[in-house]
Design a protein around this ligand. Structure first.
Ligand code: MN
Length: 260
């Protein structure tokens, strides 16, 4: 087995080292990860500047790009062949609900799935006052990586895994939950008297609904959410069809043509 490991916290983060070490039980692990913290990089891709990959030690590459760059470069450039699996994490902090689209950790798994390589994203919830210990999350990641290799994932699907702090009480298959943002932008003055702003300053809440990723982690369970690449909201079609947009646009085109 050949496993590509990446993250968005940077190659020196303790989470990725715990993950890579644990996954070595399953096969050869090649780490291709950002050379610095790239959290909240989302699915961004570097297209207008060169990328450099520094080989730190055998099978450990630090890249001056985003997590998505790392997966791209890993699969198409640095690895000796297509990997059997991509694992992203272990992120310092959970990636739940709506926050997933900001996440570089989740985007890396997304990218692997776009390239047809099975993948998982793994994040550890950080709770103030409880020691950050990646070893349990690494166990969970290795267990689920083994299952993915044994069963193969449904098409176009990857797993977003969130691990609660401490000893998990169990594992739940969940759906994506909903954040409640506090919409706080902090405005301050810099030492030269100019305004600056800080996003995400407030403590966001979440809808604690049964069956969601938020709820599982809040109750001390490992959350496993199958995500797919199709963002279409199928339930919205009926209502949007009722607007008559397609017909309206046909009429608009005819009018436009008459004007010429
Ligand atoms: Mn991160």
């Amino acid at each position: 087995m050949l496993i590509l490991v990446t993250n968005d916290d940077g190659i020196r983060a303790p989470g990725i080292n715990a993950l890579a070490t644990r996954l070595e039980a399953l096969g050869r692990v090649v780490v291709v990860a950002p050379d610095r913290e790239r959290s909240a990089a989302g699915h961004s891709l570097t297209l207008h500047s060169p990328l450099r990959a520094e080989l730190l030690v055998t099978d450990r590459y630090a890249v001056d790009g985003t997590p998505t760059d790392c997966v791209n470069l890993g699969i198409h450039g640095l690895l000796p062949r297509r990997p059997d699996l991509v694992v992203s994490g272990i992120n310092h902090g959970s990636n739940l609900g709506d926050d997933m689209t900001y996440s570089g950790t989740v985007a890396a798994a997304f990218e692997a799935t776009l390239m047809g390589v099975p993948s998982l994203a793994v994040s550890l919830q950080i709770t103030p006052g409880i020691d950050v210990d990646f070893s349990r999350a690494a166990d969970v990641a290795a267990l689920l990586a083994g299952e993915v290799l044994a069963h193969t994932l449904p098409a176009d699907t990857f797993l977003n895994i969130n691990v609660p702090p401490g000893d998990p009480l169990g594992l739940r298959l969940t759906r994506q939950g909903k954040r409640l943002y506090s919409d706080v932008v902090v405005e301050k003055l810099d030492p030269r008297g100019r305004k600056y702003y800080w996003l995400g300053g407030g403590d966001p809440g979440f809808e604690n609904t049964e069956g969601t990723d938020f709820n599982a982690v809040a109750e001390g369970f490992v959350s496993v959410t199958p995500l797919h690449l199709d963002l279409t909201n199928y339930r919205s079609f009926e209502r949007l069809h009722s607007w008559g947009l397609e017909k309206m646009f046909t009429g608009y085109r005819r009018q436009g043509a008459g004007d010429e």
